[in-house]
Design a binder for this molecule. Sequence first.
Ligand code: 4AD
Ligand code: MG
Length: 684
Amino acid sequence: MDMKKISIAIIVIAALMSVVLAAEKKESPKAAAPKAATPKAAAPAPASGATSTTFSVFGSLAGAFIFTFFGYYLQLKTYFVLKSSKSYLDSYYLKIKLQPYQTKSESHNPSAKWLISSLQSGASAICQSASSKMTTSVERAQYSDRVPIRSIILRPDGGSGLAGQQARVGGWVKTGRKADKDAFAFLELNDGSCAGNLQIIVEADKGDLGQLVLTGTCLQVDGVLKLPPDGKKQKVELQVEKVIHVGVVDASKYPLPKTRLPLELLRDYVHLRARTNTMGAVARIRDELSYATKRFFHERGFRYVNTPNITTSDCEGAGEMFQVTTLISEAEKSEKNLIKNPPPSEVDVESAKLIIKQRGNDVAQLKSAKASKQEIGAAVAELQKAKENVLKMEERSKLQPGIPQKDGKIDYSQDFFARQAFLTVSGQLQLESYACALSTVYTFGPTFRAEKSHTSRHLAEFWMVEPEMAFAELEHDMDCAEDYVKFMCQWLLDHCMEDMEFFADKIDKSCIDRITMSAKTPFARITYTEAVELLTEAVKNGKKFENHVEWGIDLASEHERYLTEVKFQKPVIVYNYPKEIKAFYMRLNDDSKTVAAMDVLVPKVGELIGGSQREERYDVVLSRMKEMGLPIEPYEWYLDLRRYGTVKHCGFGLGFERMVQFATGLDNIKDCMPFPRSAGRADL
Ligand code: 4AD
Ligand code: MG
């Protein structure tokens, strides 16, 4: 049983006991007297309050038992964690484990708040006393001799407990300066394991200080950790004993100076920008959110399914797909080949045919002259060769430059997959086939959209998290989406505070408040019709939108952001959209005008999630496809899912980079992706 469950159990038991006691007091008029309502008053049992006394005694005993048990459990857990630990660092992990309780103690329930905070302070005390007794030693990275900087400076003591320890560290110099008439240099070293740097001190006899202080220089050094002089902000620094490796930098050419470059400019150096504070933090946040995603779905019984990147069906039917073909490269190749090695002319073919004739005559003559078997065999082989040569020549004479055509159209039967194929815009359709077998599944992979929109929210290649659930309807879909977003927000608060504080400091002051609010506040839920009413009302009250508002429009980003940022000031789920603006697979509602679609809108970003209940009725989905002019043949397999063993099901897609944008507050989605691709640009 985990600690969370235990604390919940305690709260539930305490709540039950108070309910029972309250009921008891109601039954007995004397026990209901104001004084008897307090625990103290319950102790001297009044004659008619025998049952109440029994409960109070029972309550105290049960309470004592629970607290003892919990205290024992906590100590035991601490003991085992510390016993199995190799270093002081584990006590830090233990402290991290307790963090969720701290957040919960902000609950409005005073008894839960009191209970959790006392448990927490007890746990911290145990943690502190245990860690103070521990022998201190540095933590090596598992597959390297280096000590990750994170494991030094992110300890609760900032690394001071490691003073005196030998450590080998590696990283890239963020800033450096020489001091004391060039007798030594101070360097800020970062290895990407965390946002913070380790200060290292190198004396002049250990290396070329002029080189070492340059931003971007890679260093690996051995040294001793020591306490810095009082008044310094860092808790520990490394006195270098030996420089092991230097990856030099030519400062006149290195494009990333120590001063901050605008993010837009950094996009010209996607291969180097991971070394900047911002992109390093984005990379760690992405990793944490990926891990949180896997945890969220795995722990709820969803199976991870790998849907194809190359597909022959257009999921969204929006015609924004990148085509996958070898026809163009093949055409280029054959054009080059034809120039080098032109096809045979008709005359060449005719003369090759004459050779066949001659060889045939040779065979006939040898046979009539009763030549040896060997001689005849050799002549037959020559004849065969001549025939094969003509076949090849005829084949080559048909070769034409350019892309193969048939009946005036491109002949895709000659393409790599013998049909038209594309990069996927969503794994949903294929995922549905697994949901209709494994019930709850999800996929998390790259998706591609040939959208030419140059907005701060669109990429041509982005990652999408898509769950799909059978035996579930729109309400379940919205619940899952809300829980998932909340889970990720809480994860960031519990595991990424160092990086989140960086974003709050440098990029968007409100980012921590935004994710804290999103983790704790129930999302608003409104129908599309209500959303349009609210927007119309806003227009009446003087709000100016660039895009006209009326029932039937596809909500623009400005509308979405007004709803979530101004009207509700929290995430909003809009559902039941007009069928005309949504995809063919969404379930038609009884009004025949709207479909069971839902979008999750969040501040800063607008649409974060798009999802729906799927149309599981064969006839309805078929007529929707026809209505929308979709070709039926490529979707026959999809219709099979409705022909055989159909089931109500639903799902959604979360744009992963938009989630990163929501969390970090970065203005442009291109900075939320390591190697962004957008119209006109695909570096590396
Ligand atoms: O709303 P969308 O188009 O939904 C689907 O693709 C569904 N098939 C998903 C499903 O139900 N399984 O896209 C889902 C999300 C959007 O809400 C948005 O966050 C993100 O994907 N998205 C983009 N992110 C970055 N760049 C783009 N060009 C995006 N297009 C959509
Ligand atoms: Mg959408």
